[in-house]
Design a protein around this ligand. Structure first.
Ligand SMILES: [Zn+2]
Length: 289
């Protein structure tokens, strides 16, 4: 059984100063992707866009899980130190917390995580040589449980068709989108919950947009083969767009707007970064009003 209850609560979506707020309070290694404070039941995981150059391509997967590449800059990764800490965190009763590096010592909390399993795959090391890397499959909890509508229990087969998903009413999709993981559940149940939430968020934001880009206000440029207006889900806080998250941070964009924002993020300082900030505040208005 997996357990999501525990530990000091960090707030998903909130920005922390890594050195002061995390290591200053809890200890742990100040450098690197995996930090294991000695005297508390916490493990900090850090993911960043910068790591992508070295084969550390952490990412949300279509099934709603997050794949996190273990530590070890060169040669085959070994199941020791930080890697072992992730693998054994449940047995050791340590809570995993995932943060995304924003640069200049700031990190954004993506949520508490549980390690479902791990596998090995070939990825380049820091010198570009292929080696065996350990990839952890995590379920990330972005809601902190606070949005839960406890009256609503997730319903329906999570494998049901997209068409069926689209017929769900908005309130139901939103309830599913913010449904926390059960506090105690099997690996299979957590995987299903992650998938269900990921699917619910994507469809919810597209239905919310109702055929109009939430960035520029233009109509979707064309319709899909299923007859629905074509828009793309964009995450205003994360580099990786896919995966489960919260309707508050996901906006439906036309392909032009989506390219614009990503182009600017890749080539630092261009308009996309500004544009993304504007989208984030637009989203606040849409979701909070
Ligand atoms: Zn647009």
């Amino acid at each position: 059984m997996l357990n999501f209850e525990s530990s000091p609560s960090f707030e998903p979506g909130r920005v922390y100063n890594r050195r002061e707020d995390l290591h200053g309070h809890y200890g742990g290694q100040r450098q690197g992707g995996i930090s294991t404070p000695a005297d508390c039941d916490l493990i900090f995981l850090f993911t960043s866009a910068a790591g992508q150059e070295y084969g550390y391509r952490d990412e949300f997967r279509p099934d709603g899980t997050f794949w996190y590449v273990g530590e070890g800059q060169e040669g085959h990764m070994e199941m020791t130190r930080g890697n072992r800490a992730i693998r054994d965190h449940r047995a050791d009763s340590k809570a995993l917390h995932l943060f995304e590096g924003l640069g200049e010592g700031l990190v954004r909390h993506l949520g508490q995580a549980v390690c479902l399993s791990h596998h090995r795959e070939d990825r380049p090391d820091v010198h570009g040589n292929m080696r065996s890397a350990i990839v952890f499959e995590l379920a990330v909890e972005p809601t902190n449980g606070r949005d839960a509508d406890s009256a609503r229990k997730p319903t329906g087969d999570y494998k049901e068709s997209s068409r069926k998903w689209w017929t769900r009413p908005q309130e139901e999709l939103r309830a599913l989108a913010v449904q926390p993981f059960p506090t105690s559940a099997s690996e299979e149940e957590i995987r299903e919950a992650a998938y269900r939430r990921s699917k619910a968020v994507k469809i919810y934001v597209k239905k919310r947009a109702d055929g109009v880009c939430e960035g520029c206000g233009n109509d979707a440029p064309f319709h899909t083969t299923a007859g629905r207006p074509y828009l793309e889900a964009h995450h205003v806080h994360r580099v990786s767009d896919a995966g489960p998250d919260h309707p508050r941070w996901v906006i439906a964009l036309c392909p032009n707007c989506h390219r614009r924002v990503h182009h600017g993020q890749v080539h630092h300082g261009q308009d996309g970064e500004q544009y993304n900030k504007r989208l984030a505040s637009q989203l606040d208005e849409i979701e909070l009003s």
